[in-house]
Design a protein around this ligand. Structure first.
Ligand code: NDP
Length: 256
């Protein structure tokens, strides 16, 4: 059934070398898509590409610092030439987190996180638009966060980038519907990846997280990549403009 296959489709997944992005690459490739990914660290990227080749996945990659406008333009030029001007899927996944009280966030930290987490996503979507349109059926998936939906302590700068992303999801869904491009966001709660290793190694913090989560555990990257894949599949062709939480129930937990 072609509704459950990505055969013949092309995808750009940012930040595919670790964590959630890495698993998204494998999920989409496993469903038949051809993928291009990027990250800043060349050695990690080369390692991953070798690994994917051994697994039989069609994945290529570029070193790219997404905070640079020029490097984003170069990345999309590469994607366009690798995929002959057509792109079915854009997964805006790469991001960083800064965890500290709001009054301690420096001007430099603020502009860095804005550039990587939001400005890059806005610009990559603009750059991808003609390619997504040319494919005839496009899907953008934003990897957002529960922190962009409710207030999570000591990540305010990070959270506003995700809140902006959730809004952009709605704007693009409406503006680009006529080009048959869908736009959705997935908003995870704590997922076991290198990004949050340090936060979760604090036993008291981990306990607090688990106690607030109805399913009583943190998530696995595969529990996010399955939803990302669904939102790229023809099976979800009538779903657009949504932000869906993958959160063990934390955002609906009022008062237990
Ligand atoms: P990781 O830190 O484990 O991986 C991040 C990936 O993005 C790496 O491949 C990294 O490669 C790449 N990346 C980061 N900055 C840049 C940059 N400037 N240019 C290019 N690539 C970059 O993060 P996660 O897998 O945990 O996070 C993935 C997404 O999920 C993010 O959007 C995050 O906000 C979101 N999320 C994660 C949660 C969690 O608990 N883990 C919870 C909620 C949301 P490199 O450093 O080499 O550039």
């Amino acid at each position: 059934d072609s509704r459950w296959s990505l055969k013949g489709m092309t995808a750009l997944v940012t930040g595919g070398t670790r964590g959630i992005g890495n698993v998204i690459v494998e999920e989409l490739a496993g469903l038949g898509a051809t993928i291009h990914t990027c990250s800043r660290k060349e050695t990690e990227l080369i390692e991953c590409l070798k690994d994917w080749k051994a697994k039989g996945f069609g994945v290529s990659g570029s070193v790219c610092d997404l905070s640079s406008r020029a490097q984003r333009e170069k990345l999309m030029e590469t994607v366009s030439s690798v995929f002959n001007g057509k792109l079915n899927i854009l997964v805006n996944n790469a991001a960083i987190v800064i965890q500290k009280p709001t009054v301690e966030v420096t001007a430099e930290e603020f502009s860095t996180i804005m550039a990587i987490n939001f400005e890059s996503v806005y610009h990559l979507s603009q750059l991808a638009h003609p390619l997504l349109k040319a494919s005839g059926a496009g899907s953008i998936v934003f990897v957002s966060s529960v922190a962009g939906v409710v207030a999570v302590k000591h990540v305010s700068a990070y959270s506003v980038t995700k809140g902006a992303m959730n809004q952009l999801t709605k704007n693009l869904a409406c503006e680009w519907a006529e080009d048959n491009i869908r736009s959705n966001a997935v908003a995870p709660w704590f997922i076991k990846t290198p990004m949050v290793d340090q936060m979760l190694s604090n036993k008291t913090f981990l306990e607090e997280v688990i106690n607030r989560t109805p399913l009583r555990r943190v998530g696995d990257p595969k529990e996010v990549s399955s939803l990302v894949a669904f939102l790229c599949l023809p099976a979800s062709s009538y779903i657009t403009g949504q932000t869906i939480c993958v959160d063990g129930g934390v955002t609906v937990n009022g008062f237990e």
